[in-house]
Design a protein around this ligand. Structure first.
Ligand SMILES: C[S@@+](CC[C@H](N)C(=O)[O-])C[C@H]1O[C@@H](n2cnc3c(N)ncnc32)[C@H](O)[C@@H]1O
Length: 205
C-alpha cells in the first residue's frame, strides 16, 4: 500500500466511518493511567488535549470538580465536528498543533497517540513547553508507535500514513529534556506478549 495520506486526512476519514470510537476504547486504559498520575487531586486546573480526536478525554476531564477549563485541539475537520456535536459545553479548536497557542497558558497538557505524527516531534514539544504550559505545568503523552514496540513498526504502511516518526524510549526522553522539561519520567502501561505497552512520558515546565 502506498503511504501517501497525511495523518490529518486519514484521521478525518476514520471519524467519518466511526473508527474514532475504537481508538477511544483501545486508548482508555492508558489514558486513565496517565490522568491518575497527572491530574491534581485538590487544586483547580486548566487542561488541553493535544490531538483530541472526538474529544472523549476533554469530556472526561471537564466533569471533574477542580477542572476550570478543558480544551480539545485537533487538525482533522471531521474529528472536531464530531467533538462539537457531542459536547457544546467545552471548546474544540480545529488547527495544526504547531499553528496554535491558547490565550492563557494551562496547568496540564495531555496527548494520546499524536506526537509521532510530526516530522520533528521536538518542535511540538518546544511549542507546548513555550506557548501552552504555565510555569510548573505538566505535559503527559502516551505513544504506542515506538521502537521497542516492534509490532507497531508496520503501521505506517498498514494505515497508509505518510508521517510517522519512529523513535525509541530513550530518544523520546532526550527530546523531552532538550525541550526543557524537568523531572521527566517514562513508564509503560498494559504490556503483554507481543505488545510492549503504551509508552508514557511526562515532565514539568
Ligand atoms: C491516533 S489519533 C488519537 C486521537 C485521540 N487522542 C484519542 O486517543 O482518541 C491521532 C489524532 O491526532 C490528530 N493529529 C495528527 N496530526 C496532527 C497535527 N499536525 N495537528 C493537529 N492534530 C493532529 C489526528 O487528527 C487524530 O485525531
Amino acid at each position: 500500500m502506498s503511504t501517501s495520506k497525511t495523518p490529518i486526512t486519514v484521521f478525518g476519514e476514520w471519524a467519518q466511518i466511526g473508527k474514532d470510537e475504537g481508538m477511544e476504547r483501545h486508548h482508555r486504559e492508558a489514558v486513565e493511567n496517565m490522568l491518575a498520575f497527572a491530574l491534581p487531586s485538590d487544586q483547580d486546573f486548566s487542561f488541553i488535549d493535544a490531538g483530541c480526536g472526538n474529544g472523549w478525554v476533554v469530556r472526561r476531564v471537564a466533569q471533574l470538580a477542580h477542572c476550570q477549563l478543558a480544551v480539545g485541539v485537533d487538525g482533522a475537520v471531521e474529528m472536531i465536528a464530531k467533538a462539537q456535536r457531542l459536547d457544546v459545553a467545552n471548546r474544540y479548536v480545529l488547527t495544526d498543533l504547531l499553528d496554535w497557542s491558547p490565550e492563557q497558558t494551562v496547568n496540564l497538557v495531555h496527548s494520546m497517540e499524536v506526537l509521532y505524527y510530526f516530522t520533528k516531534p521536538l518542535a511540538v514539544l518546544q511549542h507546548i513547553y513555550k506557548n501552552w504550559l504555565s510555569t510548573e505545568g505538566r505535559l503527559i503523552i502516551g505513544l504506542d508507535f515506538y521502537h521497542e514496540n516492534t509490532v507497531s513498526h508496520d503501521w505506517p504502511e498498514d494505515c497508509g500514513i505518510s508521517i510517522m516518526t519512529l523513535l525509541s524510549e530513550k530518544q523520546w526522553l532526550d527530546l523531552f529534556q532538550q525541550a526543557g522539561f524537568q523531572n521527566c519520567k517514562t513508564w509503560r502501561v498494559g504490556a503483554k506478549e507481543n505488545w510492549a505497552g503504551t509508552l508514557v512520558l511526562t515532565g514539568i515546565k
